[in-house]
Ligand binder design. Structure first.
Ligand code: GLC
Length: 800
């Protein structure tokens, strides 16, 4: 069953049936102001931080779904009938009113066609103003003149989400509203930097700032009394619950269209409210701002645009997966309908991985994130598992310190430094890959020498930070040479403590290879020697200690029991260790191949690869929390999306293009567009997990958007299937594709030059390059770094 389709031309996902099983969301804003919005215009806005600076309120996990939202109501002033531009909140019979939601790149468009009135509400946040704009067009397509009323509605939130939800004696009496000159101001008398405002391009006929006056007692957003009556109550008050409701009456002749703009801004009326109202009351400025946003999103895919013969890969890589990967870098993990403000900051491992995917489309943000992460590294070498980079910023960059009667402790930089008991064994290893990928993409070699402080004491060059991370891991190793599990590794629920993690040993090898390559290029001969010895020792240990005959073990518990081996009754085989065996390059090709064969045999499914099999049914604290997770959910045998692309990369390294594509296709949300009765979640975003075969809801996807699967899938497809990856000295073109592909094309901008890459596959191989020509001249293997501004043609012929 399908609810919508991919509009390739407009790069939109179009939802035609609004009653999708769960909220299908989108992200507006690419800098500081963000709105997470559903296909029904439900959702919330925040400024920089979901926890500390909420703008609009959201009743998470509520009934009905997604309330409140950023709504426009229409009322026929002759009949009194009313509806909303998005299907909800009024929820007209959608067989009689036609509703469409178009989620685009950083905008959403709601369209409604009802009784000859066509309405459109385009919502977006301009690149350079902290304001959300609603560009509303209303057209009378009938042959009678019409008299209508239009109302906006948003519900303001107290800025601190925890207080908003839990301490109403503060939130209800320390915020208020007032109305002047057509602008509603959400007033924070005691905290002047937290003002919000709501304005429109017209002079309102009536308004409400008090939520309960607009909605009415014992009513909901479905039937606000003000809309029913046709006029607001002109309410405002100091204290209470507040909203932004502006009302205008209009008449439309047959065929006539009108355009209204609504603005939700961060700051006071005087500071920016008046100027923003003036600026965006002129539709030309709205068009210009939307044009700039469109250019922003046109530029990104133009850095890497591919034309593969696989339609899903094409649509997802050129648009949606890139968009998802970028969204994770900008908003990290804590702004969605699942995480609604309880946590903020960066997950060390999460953001380190996210940035690896997009150094080509967002080098500035990637560099900023890497700097923040390196500052969150302790001088011993480990990363702070979850931290807010703002605590390291100079005090004057942080919020001013008026003392609230309700004490919300201000974290000090010292207080966030955790000890060994909370160290995850994988956290700081990822950053080695992040830094090297960033430098290989940009050529910014100076970055290795930039000096960045540690979280606790001292400072060091970026390069030295990376060495600390590798040395720390080397120290945290058991006698047999396998890395300790510590609090957890990538799998938060495997708590092996003093036991050992196979995955981290493979990762250690992977990160060491990155550093050795950098050291070779930088001419640091001693490091090349030292870290090559370390890598060789890791390789020998994993081969000696972890091979189980058909696949690699996942680890060893504190009590010395191997997990992820045949001898276990539950958790016999895991995806992470077996994909990382091949991905890291540590395993022999023969074992890596066998390990992946076992992955296909025991873990693969039509919806992607399961994380482990069989699922755990008995709590066992020697293994960890995973044994207390329901079967088939999250870390206990779901199809956890994030590691799936690791398996794709492992297959590409083995040269098995058909199998790589099979795994890629299985997880690809695009391919599940017509089975939403099973998937439920949006088909344009990877979800954190899909319920596994041991769960009654096998195939149901949950937790969209903010997951490492976006970035890793992008990397797997572009760098390994299409095989185009930057290195220090040139561009590698080494595809691994199904043998029935005749070839493909990629346009790549790299270090200022354009490369039009044409790959052909006349012998129908899965991997191997017979010849590479650049501008007609043969090259050995690497495509050289060509002068900035040059346009180049690269012809690659695959073959044996
Ligand atoms: C969640 C966490 C991530 C972790 C993964 C596996 O996605 O955000 O950090 O690696 O679960 O446990």
């Amino acid at each position: 069953m399908r609810y919508g389709y991919f509009d390739e031309q407009n790069k939109e996902y179009v939802i035609e049936r609004p009653d999708v099983p769960v909220s299908w969301t989108n992200y507006l804003g690419v800098k500081d102001l963000c709105t997470v919005i559903s296909h029904n215009a439900g959702g919330y806005s925040f400024f920089k931080s979901t926890e500390h600076h909420r703008v609009t309120r959201f009743r998470q996990n509520g009934v009905p779904l997604d309330r409140p939202g950023h709504y426009v109501y229409l009322r026929d002033d002759e009949t009194g009938e009313y509806w909303s531009v998005s299907w909800q909140p009024v929820g007209k019979d959608f067989t009689k009113a036609k509703y469409t939601c178009r989620h685009g790149l950083s905008y959403s468009k709601f369209q409604c066609d009802y009784k000859d009135i066509e309405t459109e509400q385009l919502i977006f946040i301009p690149l350079d103003d902290d304001v959300e704009l609603w560009d509303v067009r209303i057209r009378n397509k009938g042959n009678k003149p019409r008299k209508l009323s239009v109302f906006s509605y948003i519900e303001f939130s107290f800025h601190h989400v925890e207080i908003d939800n839990q301490n109403l004696q503060m939130s209800l009496y320390a915020s208020g509203t007032n109305y002047k000159d057509g602008i509603i101001e959400y007033d924070f008398f005691y905290e002047p930097w937290t003002y919000h405002f709501f304005a429109s391009s017209f002079n309102p006929d009536s308004y409400d700032c008090v939520r309960d006056t607009f909605i009415g007692n014992y009513r909901t957003e479905t039937n606000p009394v003000a809309v029913e009556r046709g006029v607001c109550g002109n309410s405002s008050e100091l204290g209470g619950n507040h909203c932004g409701a502006l009302h205008t009456k209009l008449s439309l002749k047959p065929g006539e269209e009108t355009r209204l703009v609504f603005m939700l801004g961060v700051c006071s009326r005087d500071e920016k409210g008046y100027s923003i109202k003036k600026k965006y009351s002129d539709p030309k400025n709205v068009d210009a701002a939307f044009g700039e946003l469109s250019n922003y999103w046109d530029r990104k895919p133009s850095v890497l645009r591919c034309k593969p013969p696989n339609k899903g890969l094409n649509t997802m890589i050129n648009t949606w997966t890139l968009y998802q990967a970028e969204t994770c870098v900008v908003w990290s993990r804590f702004a969605s309908f699942v995480e609604v403000g309880g946590r903020v900051g960066l997950g060390y491992r999460d953001t380190s991985q996210d940035v690896m995917a997009v150094p080509h489309t967002n080098p500035g943000k990637v560099r900023e994130r890497i700097r923040e992460l390196l500052h969150g590294q302790v001088s011993k070498g480990y990363g702070l598992h979850l931290f807010d980079p703002d605590v390291f910023k100079p005090q004057e960059d942080r919020l001013p310190g008026v003392k609230l009667p309700t004490v919300v402790p201000t974290p000090s930089a010292d207080s966030i430094i955790h000890g060994m008991e909370d160290v995850c064994s994988d956290d700081a290893l990822w950053i080695v890959g992040s830094v090297c990928e960033y430098v290989m993409e940009t050529g910014d070699l100076g970055f290795f020498h930039e000096v960045i402080p540690f979280a606790d004491k001292g400072e060091a060059s970026v390069y030295e930070h990376l060495k600390r991370s590798l040395d720390f891991t080397a120290e945290q190793t058991a006698k047999n040479g396998i890395c300790l599990g510590l609090r957890a590794d990538w799998n938060d629920c495997l708590n092996l403590g003093g036991g050992q993690s196979a995955m981290v040993s493979f990762m250690h090898y992977w990160a060491l290879r990155y550093l050795i390559e950098a050291a070779e290029f930088l001419g640091y001969e001693n490091d090349v020697q030292e870290y090559s010895r370390m890598a060789e020792a890791v390789r020998e240990s994993v081969e000696r200690e972890l091979w189980d005959g058909e696949w690699y073990a996942r680890g060893v518990t504190r009590a010395g029991i191997k997990i992820g081996v045949k001898a276990n009754d539950e958790g016999k085989i895991f995806l992470e260790s077996n994909s990382w065996a091949g991905l890291s390059g540590a395993a022999s090709p023969e074992r890596a191949r066998k390990a992946m064969d076992a992955v296909h045999k025991y873990l693969a499914s039509p919806y992607g690869v399961h994380l482990n099999w069989p699922t755990y049914t008995e709590p066992n604290d020697d293994i960890g929390y995973v044994t207390r997770v329901y079967r088939g959910i999250k870390e206990n045998g779901s199809i956890f999306s994030h590691p799936n692309p690791w398996a794709v990369i492992a297959e590409c390294k083995l040269g098995r293009g058909k199998l790589a594509m099979k795994l890629y296709d299985a997880l690809l949300p695009y391919n599940q567009n017509d089975m939403i009765e099973i998937r439920q979640s949006e088909p344009y975003s990877y979800c954190q997990f899909v319920m596994g075969k041991d769960h009654t809801a096998y195939g149901r996807a949950r937790h969209p958007w903010l997951t490492g699967s976006g970035g890793w899938s992008y990397t797997a497809a572009t760098k390994y299937i299409l095989g185009i990856r930057p290195s220090y000295e040139g561009l590698v073109v080494d595809p691994c594709v199904p043998s029935d592909w005749n070839g493909f094309e990629v346009d790549r901008q790299w270090r200022g030059a354009s490369y039009h890459i044409v790959v052909s596959n006349p012998d129908h191989v899965e991997k191997g390059v017979k010849s590479t020509r650049v501008n007609g001249k043969p090259v050995d293997s690497l495509v050289p770094i060509l002068p900035a501004g040059s346009e180049n043609r690269v012809e690659v012929i695959m073959g044996k």
